[in-house]
Write a protein that binds this ligand. Structure first.
Ligand code: AHR
Length: 320
């Protein structure tokens, strides 16, 4: 018998066995994922990470973009329940208002994994785990950097303005809390204005313009809850004839490439890292949950602080 003929017979036998025992072919795990939207560089990196990791893990991902609206996320979760997916994962746009839909997922026996942001529910058994950053600590890191900065200029008072993230979202609430916790005793710092700019560049620019109109050169520091709002504000500061990073010291959060570029140009003073590359850990956790393994209720990712002085050196290492 020729080699080709033997190969043909073996392949035919294999195909027949597959047809006779279709259940033996591994069924890919199906995950429904509801993303917040595409509001920032961070979010884009997070979406790419989730999609890439699903592909690499052989997970069938049903991806839904909620365009920053909670009602779209609720609809997406209900549709995942109707489709009987194996796991639901989502990054909640805001913290509250999830009890009903999460109870529906639980009643349908579908485990829910939170990524990036937390929910505020009385019954913690409505989700299996939360994978993501410690936003309170990020706020503390931003505040500690500013305390150290102010300490180097004793006797000087710094008027601070704050651009908050999406109202009611975990990162906006927690980054404010952490920052206030470590700066409240500092007599050198005075909070002039605080307002939401919804985590976007366009709003960051718009709200900073309003701050500048009201307070002009009296503003010494901007604390932005994300880099995109800081980058939008940088534009507003330049258009007002001031020097971002010098006339107004800027502290922000995320550590996206855009922030490193701004730091290299001397326009941003520090960024506190928030890691969006959650995809691989999410896929592994989903597989573990489906395999019946115990997973920790909270999985926190490691993060650093990048002041402008290290930006040039660190830039080539940035992955998002
Ligand atoms: O939830 C994470 C935050 O959401 C990021 O800091 C921000 O850029 C994003 O939009």
């Amino acid at each position: 018998m020729t080699v080709q003929r033997r190969t043909f017979i073996a392949a035919a036998a294999f195909a027949l066995a597959g047809a006779a025992f279709p259940a033996m072919a591994a069924k890919p795990l199906v995950m429904g994922f509801s993303q917040v939207g595409a509001e920032s560089e961070w979010r884009t990196a997070n979406t790419v990470s989730v999609k890439d990791a699903a592909r690499k893990a052989g997970i069938n991902l049903k991806f839904a973009d909620a365009q920053q609206r909670q009602e779209n996320q609720v609809k997406a979760i209900r549709s995942f329940i109707a489709q009987k997916v194996d796991v639901i994962a989502f990054s909640p746009v805001v913290e509250s208002g999830w009890d009903t839909v999460l109870r529906e997922a639980k009643a349908a026996n579908i485990p829910v994994i939170l990524t990036d942001r937390d929910v505020n529910v009385a019954d913690k058994s409505l989700y299996v785990t939360l994978i993501g950053s410690d936003f309170v600590e990020e706020g503390r890191r931003a505040g500690r950097w500013l305390n150290e900065y102010a300490k180097k200029q004793p006797g000087k008072t710094f008027n601070v303005v704050e651009l908050q993230g999406t109202v009611g979202s975990a990162p906006a609430i927690d980054r404010k809390t952490g920052f206030e916790e470590v700066t409240k005793g500092n007599a050198q710092l005075k909070m002039l204005r605080t307002q939401t700019a919804e985590f976007t560049r366009a709003k960051g620019k718009e709200v900073m313009e309003a701050f500048l109109k009201a307070h002009g050169k009296n503003i010494n520091v901007l604390y932005a809850h994300n880099d995109d709002m800081a980058i939008g504000a940088i534009q507003a500061i330049e258009e007002a004839g001031l020097k971002p990073g010098k006339d107004i010291v800027i502290v922000s959060v995320d550590g996206v490439r855009g922030a490193f570029e701004a730091m290299i140009q001397g326009k941003l003073n520090v960024t506190v890292e928030c890691n969006p590359l959650l995809g691989p850990l999410l896929m592994q956790t989903a597989k573990d949950v489906k395999a019946g393994k115990q997973v920790p209720k909270r999985l926190v990712v490691e993060e650093r602080v990048f002041p402008a002085e290290v930006a040039l050196k660190e830039f080539p290492n940035r992955k998002y």
